[in-house]
Design a protein around this ligand. Structure first.
Ligand code: UD1
Ligand code: MG
Length: 413
């Protein structure tokens, strides 16, 4: 492979990647109707809570595992193509790249397994947080063995005070594992409306794909080509899942898909050295996470489900609420409640019950409920479309603006 620019062999590899991705997409599409009954028989099903007949219909859960399974098969086939050029005796085999590729797949594979385990066993929140940490280990250790580079370039405005660059050492590994933990869980907690989990994942994947295509002209083209090999099959394999999970959902994606998507983004961001840009594609998820902090860390009670509540008469969704005694609220919880209420992210009311106790009823702390506070009540499909639009505008378009315009003021390139 040339070291200066993308060559004809790479174009062939991309074309092959696209071709097998199309085949993969067709296979996932065929597998869903065949396997969903089997999933229901194996008790892997859930009720669509925002439908009038929610109790009567069983919907197959964890269908993301089909996309993940076929994705992995495609990526295994790609090994033969991506690295075949180097089998020529005169060529030097890129062992480091090869190990990275395998480690990336191992991390994704491990995350899919753990995500499926979560779907089956319904693990506790604290355990869910740990899973991506375990799954990211293969990648981090290969990064350690291959690169050792833990230096970050600082933005221009702070350079006179803090210097040109910083070596973060072990903190860099902590940062990378946090990226994996964040990406996986952030998608999973922005969930509960048909099409949302897989829809946001596909928008992020297409954004990464466009970013890679632009950067193929740059000096780091090899890393972006590498990421492209992952993103093309990802979009292809998850697309049939989106079609079937879109309103009215025939299947649920399960935590498997959220973890699979999050880990795939984390590995390409880390190996492709664009984890900061990748995190910018997660702006809506970052806001949703920050908004969720009071409930995730139990400053405010967190119910099992925070998804919106159906008004059966209108067939429209309202924000879901959680109710608790005012006396149970600690100072920090109270401050958080006031802050998010003042910034209009949540709506709460105080009242006295028959026993004379002061109660608080607040909308749950997610941007899904925030959208409903502002524009609701909304039909589920409309809500899904608005959330997709938010992802495109505040996740993708804003990131491209920051990356290709604003960044000039902060970095040299
Ligand atoms: C996360 C959210 C939870 C949200 C749930 C919905 C946090 C901390 N957790 O939990 O608030 O309610 O996702 O996925 O924010 N479901 C629907 N319609 C959908 C998607 C899911 O009714 O479009 C219901 C189904 O009953 C399905 C269940 O949600 O079986 C799946 O929930 P699960 O993924 O297990 O929830 P968590 O990821 O733990
Ligand atoms: Mg989930």
């Amino acid at each position: 492979m040339t070291t200066s620019a993308i060559d004809r062999f790479d174009f062939f590899t991309i074309a092959f990647d696209i071709l097998i991705s199309i085949v993969g997409s067709i296979i996932v599409n065929r597998l869903i109707p065949i396997l969903k009954e089997k999933f229901i028989k194996a008790q892997l099903w859930g009720n669509d809570l925002n439908k009038r007949n929610s109790k009567e219909v069983k919907i197959a859960e964890s269908q993301g595992v089909l996309a993940a399974g076929i994705f992995l098969v495609l990526m295994f086939i790609m090994i033969a193509v991506v690295f075949s050029e180097h089998l020529h005796p005169a060529s030097v085999f890129p062992h480091k790249k090869f190990v990275e590729y395998l480690a990336a797949l191992l991390s994704i594979c491990c995350m899919v397994l753990l995500g499926f385990a979560d779907d089956v066993l319904d693990l506790r929140w604290s355990v869910k947080l740990l899973l991506p940490l375990i799954a990211s280990l293969p990648l981090l250790l290969v990064y350690f063995a291959n690169y050792h580079s833990t230096t970050i370039i600082l933005p221009k405005p702070v350079r006179p005070y803090l210097g040109q660059q910083w070596n973060l050492g072990i903190l860099y590994y902590v940062y990378m594992s946090m990226v994996a933990v964040f990406c996986t869980n952030a998608i999973n907690i922005l969930a509960g409306v048909n099409g949302l989990e897989v829809g946001q994942s596909i928008i992020i994947a297409i954004s990464i794909l466009i970013f890679n295509l632009i950067e193929l002209q740059g000096v780091c083209w090899e890393e972006h080509l590498f990421s492209l090999y992952f993103m093309i099959p990802f979009v292809a394999c998850t697309f049939p899942i989106l079609i079937k999970n879109w309103y009215p959902a025939e299947i649920f994606v399960g935590d498997t898909l959220c973890y699979f998507a999050g880990m795939t983004f984390a590995v390409v961001g880390i190996i492709g050295h664009f984890s900061k840009t990748m995190l910018l594609f997660f702006i809506p998820q970052i806001i949703n996470f920050l908004l969720s902090v009071p409930q995730l860390f139990h400053f405010i009670p967190c119910p099992r489900h925070r998804l919106p509540r159906l008004d059966p008469e209108l067939n429209k969704l309202n924000p879901s609420e959680v109710e608790f005694k005012k006396s149970d609220l600690k100072l920090l919880g109270w401050l958080m409640l006031r802050f998010f209420s003042m910034t209009k992210f949540i709506r709460y009311r105080e009242y006295t019950n028959n026993d004379g106790e002061r109660l608080i009823s607040t909308t749950n702390f997610t941007i899904i409920n925030t959208v409903l506070c502002w524009f609701g009540p909304l039909h589920e499909e409309t809500l899904s479309r608005i959330l997709m639009l938010i992802q495109i505008v505040f996740g993708s378009l804003l990131t491209f603006f920051i990356r290709y315009y604003l960044v000039k003021f902060f970095y040299d390139s």
